[in-house]
Design a protein. Sequence first.
Length: 68
Amino acid sequence: MTCSFCTSSNRTEFPAEVNIHFPDIKNADKVGVFVFPKVQICLDCGSSSFITPVPELERLRTADESLA
């Protein structure tokens, strides 16, 4: 797969951990959602991407609805 930014094919997959925080200062006390995706990183331009696993995606959806 090529990079969507620089079209390089020099991409590698790395394990990662990401803590997704909710926006706005009013949500500063809310606990973030930890995600442990495999991140695709372009080793030429640094562009990165990952897919959020379904269980964590559901937690983000549920929290987003309660924040509205």
